[in-house]
Design a protein. Sequence first.
Lengths: 303, 124
Amino acid sequence: MRITIRRKPYETASIRSSLPLCFERAMTHLQFTGLVFGISAVAGCLGALTGLGGGVVVTPALTVLLGVDIRFAIGASLVSVIATSSGAAAAYVREGYTNIRIGMFLETATTIGALVGAYLATRTPTAILAIVFGLVLLHAAWSSSRGHPRDVAGREDRLAERLRLNGTYPSAQGQQHYNATHVKTGWGLMFGAGTISGLLGIGSGALKVIAMDQAMRIPFKVSTTTSNFMIGVTAAASAGIYLGRGYIEPGLAMPVMLGVLAGSLIGARQLVGARVRVLRWIFAGVVGAMAIEMIVTGARGIK
Amino acid sequence: MNSFDDVKLEKIVAWLLISGVALSALVVLVGAAGFLSNHGSEPADYHVFRGAPQQYRSVEGVLGAAGPSDWRAVIQLGLMLLILTPIARVAFSLMGFVLEKDWTYTALTALVLAILVYSFIAPH
């Protein structure tokens, strides 16, 4: 078995980008802008509700549906991640969902992890990693769709107490208190999430939600909103590189950014009334599809 | 007693995120209006990767080109403001934790900010 790719897994998808399914050529900037705006608004709405960021939907939609080159799509989706994150986060912070302390504490893990990942990127078989990561996500999608029996309680954790990670969040029954647990495990998972985003060049919103929701037992809505809050920083760290490489094309990134922003603001308004059960299903569906895509692209890299 | 607390910090962070996003969206919208009214009927083609033109790849380039003669540079300027927003958020949180005299979080936030700055200036 020889591993031949050093590229980011999404880049193998450029095979597909030469075969657009519809909307071949001959679109004017005006039509193109309108269409991309609409797609991005849907993506932004999903991204804001699930804490995944919206890039998950934007990249494949641009490449598969519109035949956009994968590098332009990655650049635009990176910008869109920052737009969802900041747009929705502003609303969530003000409404009291986002836990700024959990976010700041865990950002040390994701940023250090991202540095380590970027360092490892040149000497690690990313194809195998993509497959392993895909399998992890697949498992996470499955367990997340089932949820835990309790969404609020949680044992005391001394580290969480010291770092003041416990908090409250608004619900239909008024303010609910919650405790964060397994803080060290959560930090470790976040470090892994950061390393993977440094290695594979993907925002790891899925792993962030999973670390907070499944390991630290933080309520789902707090997990997704805090993930949303954090991914802006993750994305901003790599945006500089993409800008310098010319991946961020203004004519394409403009409708993506505006669309995702509009969608994320609509999504943020839906969160208070949204049922956790439904959110979990959407989350599991999107993550499951993403996992399969990663496994397939990874498998293509090993020949 | 501390006059600065988490509630105030949350308000400042929310305000900063809103203004950062609103400002960048406004600049992008202005650029989009100019771009589409001048080039809206020309064909859009992003099938082949040529890379964004050189002047759109750096802050200096964009600042030099932005204006009525180059609307896409105006869009790019707005996108750069957007990228700056989360970084500014970390910097403001740092000041907030200093005012709260919460030294644990001051150290944690300073670490995150240092890594972010490093990732921007480190050679890639």
